[in-house]
Design a protein around this ligand. Structure first.
Ligand SMILES: Cc1cc2nc3c(=O)[nH]c(=O)nc-3n(C[C@H](O)[C@H](O)[C@H](O)COP(=O)(O)OP(=O)(O)OC[C@H]3O[C@@H](n4cnc5c(N)ncnc54)[C@H](O)[C@@H]3O)c2cc1C
Length: 313
């Protein structure tokens, strides 16, 4: 993680230099965007705070990429609950004592996708939890654990059970967006093959159970919404299950089902819906998220769209 941080720092500095070379361009670090106003003549006013000062920039295009807020189940502030985000980002010192000073722990993991597998890997790295008689895990999920294969042949060779609906029509990959890859693939496959003996799959909705010592919420992220105003009135956007609805051009959809030109949002907590161009297995109903998608698929569509807008102007 440290090495990745250093690399990202270098990439950030490089991008900053590239951006600043362009006219009318700047980069504001340590700045928190607080409001966006849609103004006359198609301009946006972005209001932000930097080092205690309120500042604003005017823009023709706005991309809101503010990440997500952990999606939780815990409304009663029960301290047995922890979101995967805090385990994966190592902000969970209080778990250290729980794991090191107890002879046995019963743990529920709610959600059985990428974060859940990453959490199991992380806990195993730290406390050797897998196949340990000290720990037992119940893994709750709405669907089966999904594995990713780059072709149907690979999946068949591996004896993996899949259906037509698990195949991406664009790439022919199996579980292209929903399937576990790399380290998570190994953990998920071991659970499916029952070579991990202390993780039990539960295909039911999780209901709070007093028996658990720890409940790990692997439920992904909600949209990190900031207020957007037009004519002094805050715009109400369509939000389903915590996720901002966007159209096929990645523009947030308002309650009246219209979107705003040149105003985009995608990224963690928003994701993007499946289309014929993005591909994706029919059995996957969620929103897709991942750096490659934003750098290629999203970037291409938005660049094309902006070219058209400029042609019209
Ligand atoms: C556990 C996990 C593992 C993942 N692994 C992979 C992977 O292996 N490969 C892959 O491609 N993708 C992976 N992803 C997905 C990837 O992290 C996201 O696609 C990517 O981070 C999305 O970028 P983003 O800019 O939307 O959000 P973020 O990366 O979360 O960035 C949002 C930024 O906005 C800032 N911010 C928030 N509010 C404000 C505000 N009001 N004003 C100013 N700034 C603000 C935040 O501080 C943050 O810096 C993973 C995600 C998770 C959670």
């Amino acid at each position: 993680m440290h090495d990745i941080g250093v690399l990202y720092g270098k990439i950030g500095n490089f991008l900053e230099q590239c951006i600043k070379q362009n006219p009318n361009s700047d980069v504001y670090k340590c700045a928190t965007v607080e409001q966006i106003h849609i103004c006359e003549e198609g301009l946006f006013k972005v209001v932000f705070k930097q080092f205690g000062c309120v500042k604003e920039v005017w823009a023709k295009n706005v991309h809101v990429n503010l990440g997500g807020v952990p999606k939780t189940l815990n409304l009663d502030e029960d301290d047995r609950y922890v979101h995967s985000h805090y385990i994966l980002t190592e902000q969970n010192e209080h778990l250290e004592e729980l794991f090191t000073s107890n002879d046995s722990l019963k743990i529920a993991i709610v959600g059985n996708s990428h974060s859940a597998m990453s959490v199991l890997s992380k806990l195993n790295e730290r406390y050797s939890v897998i196949n340990s008689s000290k720990y037992s895990f119940d893994l709750y999920g709405k669907s089966n654990l999904k594995l990713y294969y780059s072709s149907m042949e690979d999946a068949l060779l591996d004896g993996y059970n899949f259906t037509e609906d698990d195949i991406c029509p664009v790439t022919q990959r199996v579980n292209r967006y929903s399937g576990m890859r790399e380290e998570s693939f190994l953990v998920a496959k071991a659970i499916l093959n029952e070579t991990i003996n202390n993780v039990t799959l539960k295909r039911v909705y999780f209901k709070d159970n007093a028996d658990y010592d720890l409940i790990i919420e692997c439920l992904g992220y909600k949209t990190n919404l900031i207020p957007v105003y037009k004519n002094g009135k805050q715009i109400q956007f369509e939000v389903n299950n915590g996720i901002l609805k966007t159209d096929t051009h990645f523009r947030p959809v308002m309650k009246n089902q219209e979107s705003i030109d040149c105003f985009y949002s995608y990224g963690l907590g928003v994701g993007i819906g499946l289309t014929e161009v993005s591909g994706g297995e029919k059995s996957f109903t969620g929103n897709i998220d991942g750096i490659w998608l934003y750098q290629h698929y999203v970037a291409e569509i938005i660049t094309e769209l902006n070219k058209k807008v400029l042609e019209v102007i």
